[in-house]
Design a protein around this ligand. Structure first.
Ligand code: TYM
Length: 326
């Protein structure tokens, strides 16, 4: 039987952080065992906010290299830059004709990002392009962190709406969200999620951060008043976030960490957190160093060509459904 299909994407601007890794990328890597996976550096999505044109190509390449270092395996998965497969945007247009502006303007991410600036069409339409990414390949499952849940809901709505208007074409995709690590919080304000766009670099640990930087960021992480290492999001969001991070990197369950560090001070606990993160990220840094930019780029180009052929076949079926062909 054919394997089920997985699709997911990551924006290239800003460096990949442990929230991306624990919330999504670890699942991307695991799912390669059992699914037919298609992964994308979604450069068109990254253009929906101001970005540095001169640095863009380099950021894109670097993101690709980091993801391969994390375990995205081009020998098993299709992996390319979104903009190199124009069928994504064609399908986005068609889906856009079926999407209510009201539904888009209620999206949390839109409301956050549009705050204080002129609301742009690209930002409003962002989730429609995301739906097109997923539906283009008839994906069944989408590994993401918690913050993408709402966009997945829209994708599901659009699949259902399209199928009922034009005939059964798209599977209705399910999100794959990890039970732990779905929402890694900022080290500096642990009630907000860790984010690439936070101006405070101490708020996030990058997967390529060297050990001394990791130690210093964890040491400066906001903890809570009082002492005692306990998992309690209400009372101790900072400590709880560090416990989650340590548990995910070390594989030790949170209750075991609570008994081990419960009565020690935050200092000793934070040292142990930093070491767990350093050990967990070391193979990724090593793999990153061993890769070569030119080879990564050549692979991305090759895969884009394969993806275009595949996408074209699927997209032709959509054109027929909506009355754009023969
Ligand atoms: P992006 O680039 O912001 O993030 C990539 C992935 O990382 C997850 N993530 C987190 N998980 C846990 N804790 C955090 N603090 C954290 N921050 C980010 C995100 O949920 C995401 O899975 N819109 C998407 C990109 C996209 C996409 C798609 C994803 C475009 N098209 C199609 C899936 C399918 C985004 O901005 O991800």
């Amino acid at each position: 039987m054919d394997r089920k299909r997985v699709f997911s994407g990551l924006q290239p601007t800003g460096n990949v952080h442990i929230g991306n890794y624990l919330g999504a990328l670890r699942n991307w890597v695991r799912l390669q065992e059992d699914y037919d996976c298609i992964y994308c550096i979604v450069d068109l999505h990254a253009m929906t906010v101001d970005y540095d044109v001169a640095a863009f190509a380099e950021e894109r390449r670097n993101a690709a290299r980091v993801l391969i270092a994390c375990g995205v395996d081009p020998a098993r998965s299709l992996f390319y830059y979104q903009s190199e497969v124009p069928q994504h945007t064609e399908l986005a247009w068609i889906l856009g004709t079926m999407t209510g502006v009201g539904q888009l303007s209620r999206m949390t991410q839109y409301k956050d990002k549009a705050k204080g600036s002129e609301a742009r069409l690209g930002l409003l339409a962002y989730p429609v392009l995301m739906a097109a990414d997923i539906l283009l390949y008839r994906a069944h499952a989408v590994p993401v962190g918690d913050d993408q849940k709402q966009h997945l809901e829209l994708t599901r709505d659009l699949a259902i709406r399209f199928n009922s208007r034009f005939g059964d074409e798209f599977p209705v995709p399910d999100p794959i969200i990890p039970e732990h690590g779905d929402r890694i919080m900022s080290l500096q304000s642990p009630t907000a999620k860790m984010s690439k766009s936070d101006p405070d670099e101490a708020s996030r640990i990058l997967v390529l951060d060297p050990p001394d930087v990791i130690r210093s960021k964890v040491k400066r992480a906001v903890t809570d008043s009082g002492s005692g290492v306990r998992h309690d999001w209400e009372e101790k969001p900072g400590v709880s976030n560090l416990l989650e991070i340590m548990s995910l990197f070390s594989g030790t369950p949170i209750p075991a960490l609570e008994s081990e560090f419960g009565s020690s001070g935050y200092g000793k606990f934070k040292e142990a957190v930093a070491e767990a993160v350093i050990v967990g990220l070391a193979p990724i840094r090593a793999a990153y160093e061993a890769l070569d930019d030119a080879a990564v780029e050549a692979g991305m180009r090759r895969h884009a060509a394969v993806a275009r052929d595949k996408a074209e076949e699927y997209q032709q079926r959509v054109r027929v459904r909506v009355g754009l062909a023969g």
